[in-house]
Ligand binder design. Structure first.
Ligand code: HZT
Ligand code: MN
Ligand code: MN
Length: 450
């Protein structure tokens, strides 16, 4: 499936030049629960979810004036412990009693207004508690790791160091290093860390020996997954180190937010694509004296997410289509949009790094012993979660390429090669995971960064 290209080719992805400069990507920010990372949170209990329907006000029952200093409530907003740098403090320690913060809560509008108060829908919502907790746990890990990534990643670092920095942080925060059989299936990486540069839009992560170095002029899509009990958060952002790309990033951030806003129970997928396209195409970007329209990459899509399965059966186009399929109650969607200064169309290119066992894998007998044993390793360690070659290396596998290629050609494993637009073009991405709960839409991966 994927063109096998020598490692030397990978270097062409990036143009070598000065390796200095400051990250513009928010060096800022607090976690979604309002607590800053690395510093003790101040004695303020305010939850920071401005859009929440249930914005808390003061305690109304208390008539008496209270002393200024009050004791902290237990729960999401009261974790006194700070996250470390790099992130290594367990999420379960920061949020005792599994009190992980919710994402952004958005009430349904129009004909779905009744859902928020409906007794029946509230009952349905309450039945979903365990899986909601797992999603909130995974989302908070995503926010804390990306906050660290955004302040730490700088030109001059290797893509391998960047990927390992993110992955080791995710595994530390969920408390599963994934090194023993079955451990990565409990919680950890939901899929490999995509670090796709410039005209490469998606599915690039370094394979062993890759020495590629991030450059000042690069546009890097950082797309990683965190899962807890198979509940995968799929969320991505774009990092740049030059102001000239700001309109490109603004276009894609706005397009993704438009998709998130349009999403809802009974919303039609083709119409959502139309809104995303309109927003994206209202931007242009000037680079090196040429003005480019920002084009949606029309053969990339958002998608549903199922337990242990990164793509379900529905796709969310990012251009107008006649797809009349509706979003439904209980659906989990990755809403992702890609903008490009190139053709707005991607093709497979370069060496494959991302793979996943097919969930509908046929029952074919394997004749190659290396394929047979590798398939067993994949089943025990990743199941149907996507993995990359580096994940096989770190659990001690070697000389597996013949077996891996055999599994792909046998139809048991799918390879996801890097996806590239026209050479010399620049692509950007933003992505959120949203949940169509019975009572409200929840943008689970929302943070104060994007
Ligand atoms: C495949 C392999 C992975 C899913 C989208 C995506 C990263 O392009 C239906 C619509 C991780 C994810 C995926 F390792 N892909 N989101 N984040 N990549 S996709 C797809 O294959 S399938 C889009
Ligand atoms: Mn993604
Ligand atoms: Mn996705």
């Amino acid at each position: 499936m994927a063109a096998q290209v020598p490692a030397e080719e990978l270097k062409k992805l990036s143009i070598k030049e000065g390796a200095n400069g400051n990250s513009k990507a928010a060096a800022t920010s607090t976690a979604a629960n309002g607590n800053s990372i690395e510093h003790e949170s101040e004695d303020d209990d305010e939850d920071d979810h401005g859009t929440s329907a249930a914005a808390e006000t003061g305690d109304k029952k208390k008539k008496k004036r209270k002393p200024r200093k009050k004791k902290k409530k237990s729960g999401a907003s009261s974790n006194a412990t700070a996250q470390s740098d790099p992130p290594r403090v367990l999420m379960s320690q920061l949020f005792p009693n599994a009190n992980y913060p919710e994402g952004e809560i958005v009430e349904y509008a129009d004909e779905n207004r009744y859902r928020t108060t409906s007794e029946e829908k509230r009952h349905l919502d309450n039945l979903n508690n365990d899986f909601l907790t797992d999603y909130h746990h995974a989302a908070e890990v995503h926010r804390q790791v990306r906050q660290w990534a955004q302040k730490t990643i700088k030109p001059g670092q290797t893509l391998t160091d960047i990927a390992e920095g993110i992955e080791n942080s995710v595994r530390a925060l969920v408390g599963h290093d994934g090194l023993t059989e079955g451990d990565a299936l409990i919680a950890g990486m939901g899929f490999p860390t995509g670090l796709s540069l410039n005209h490469c839009a998606a599915h690039y992560t370094p394979n062993a020996g890759n020495k590629m170095v991030l450059q000042q002029n690069d546009v890097m899509k950082v797309d990683f997954g965190v899962h807890v009990n198979g509940r995968i958060i799929d969320s991505a952002f774009t990092m740049t180190f030059e102001d000239k790309y700001d309109p490109l990033l603004a276009a894609v951030r706005a397009a993704t937010n438009a998709g998130v806003k349009e999403a809802g129970i009974d919303a039609r997928l083709g119409e959502i694509g139309g809104v995303i396209q309109e927003v994206m195409e209202s931007y242009e970007v000037e680079l090196g004296g040429t003005t480019y329209p920002v084009k949606p990459i029309r053969n990339l899509n958002g998608h549903t997410i199922k337990p242990f399965s990164i793509h379900g059966d529905k796709s969310v186009p990012i251009v107008k289509t006649n797809d009349q399929t509706k979003m439904e109650e209980g659906d989990v969607f990755a809403i992702e949009t890609f903008g490009s200064t190139g053709n707005g169309y991607v093709r497979d290119d370069m060496e494959t790094s991302h793979y996943a066992k097919k969930s509908d894998a046929p029952n074919v007998p394997l004749r190659l012993s290396s394929a047979k044993s590798l398939f067993s390793v994949i089943n025990k360690n990743f199941g149907t979660l996507p993995f990359c070659r580096r994940y096989l290396d770190r659990i001690g596998q070697d000389k597996y390429l013949l077996g891996l290629n055999n599994l792909v050609s046998s139809g048991l494993v799918e390879g996801y090669p890097p996806l590239v637009d026209k050479k010399g073009s620049y692509t950007a991405q933003f992505e959120h995971t949203i949940l169509l709960r019975p009572t409200v839409k929840e943008v689970i991966s929302r943070g104060d960064d994007y």
